[in-house]
Design a protein around this ligand. Structure first.
Ligand code: ADP
Ligand code: MG
Length: 293
């Protein structure tokens, strides 16, 4: 299974170019689309899900040309939008049964089986009799996964599912997604680097409607090894350091000093120490390079 996107461009009516000649190939597995707010992630996902048309470009999923044959992709697609709106005041079990009817599962017996299956997969069995409108944010997101699994999709698209979840809910949600991702192609977007680190075998960094970088997280990290340096400074010296060096990130310590991370092929100054590169460094280097273009 392969999703191939080529030369995809989308201009909104206000003139904003949300997708700018975007190219991307995604193989089976767990794929993370990482980018800041406004990068164009939701636009790209809605376009793959055939909910909106691009100006030009091509999207193919195996043999299916998505833009020419939207019905064919809808049959094999599970899509969870960034915000799912409001839920009616009925139990998860009943609501899933209703969605299964809409998705064309006619036999009551078959529906019972598949509803039970998706409730188990998403860890919602214990609360299946409870109203979805009373669910917590994390339970709602897991319910979102449950409903999209009803038609056994081959391609699953989940748009920023972890935004707004507390740490425990986020962990439970990522575990469910990990389970689902072992047998499907899952594309999920996030602006949180840790989501990618914990989950994805493949990732791309997106900004301003383009893909900046694509590959395995571990490969991206090894490419910048021996180029990350750290130093502890006084907070009043931060601005000077930002002007002098390529500062990727900074964070306060308990004694009010600041630790900075700097990108440089060689040691920037003898006051710096070599640091272990991480995925956040990869992300900030890519964004800084793009934003100074
Ligand atoms: P992301 O999901 O990465 O935050 P979006 O795809 O939502 O990015 O948005 C990309 C850009 O397109 C943003 O600048 C956003 O303001 C703009 N945008 C999104 N939807 C519309 C729309 N319907 N009309 C005009 N501009 C839009
Ligand atoms: Mg979005």
């Amino acid at each position: 299974m392969k999703l191939s996107i080529s030369n995809l461009t989308k201009t909104y009516t206000n003139g904003l170019k949300a997708l700018n000649d975007l190219n991307l190939e995604i193989e089976a597995g767990m794929f993370g689309l990482l980018g800041p707010n406004g990068a164009g992630k939701s636009t790209l996902m809605r376009t793959i899900a055939t909910l909106q048309n691009p100006d030009c470009g091509k999207i193919a999923f195996d043999e299916i040309n998505i833009l020419d044959d939207p019905m064919a992709i809808r049959r094999v697609l599970g899509y969870l939008p960034q915000s799912f709106g409001v839920y009616p005041n009925i139990s998860a079990e009943k609501l899933l049964d209703y969605f299964a009817v809409l998705k064309g599962v006619a036999s009551k017996k078959e529906r019972n089986t598949i509803v039970q299956e998706v409730l188990e997969l998403t860890n919602l069995c214990d609360v299946r009799k409870k109203s979805v409108s009373g669910y917590s944010g994390g339970m709602k997101q897991r319910f979102g996964i449950a409903q999209l699994l009803l038609n056994n999709p081959q391609l699953i698209i989940v748009d920023e599912p972890t935004a707004g979840l507390d740490p425990a809910e986020r962990n439970r949600f990522l575990n469910v997604l990990r389970e689902v991702g072992t047998t499907n192609t899952v594309i999920f977007s996030t602006h949180i680097v840790d989501d990618i680190k914990e989950l994805c075998t493949d990732m791309a960094i997106m900004n301003r409607g383009r893909i900046l970088q694509h590959g395995q997280p571990s490969t991206a990290i090894s490419k910048i090894k021996s180029s990350i340096w750290s130093k502890t400074i006084l907070s009043k010296d931060l601005e000077w350091h930002e002007n002098e060096y390529q500062v990727l990130s900074s964070g306060y310590n308990q004694d009010n000093s600041i630790s900075i991370r700097v990108f440089s092929e060689e040691i920037p100054h003898e006051s710096f120490r070599a640091a272990q590169p991480n995925l956040e460094d990869v992300y900030f280097i890519a964004l800084q390079k793009d934003n100074t273009k």
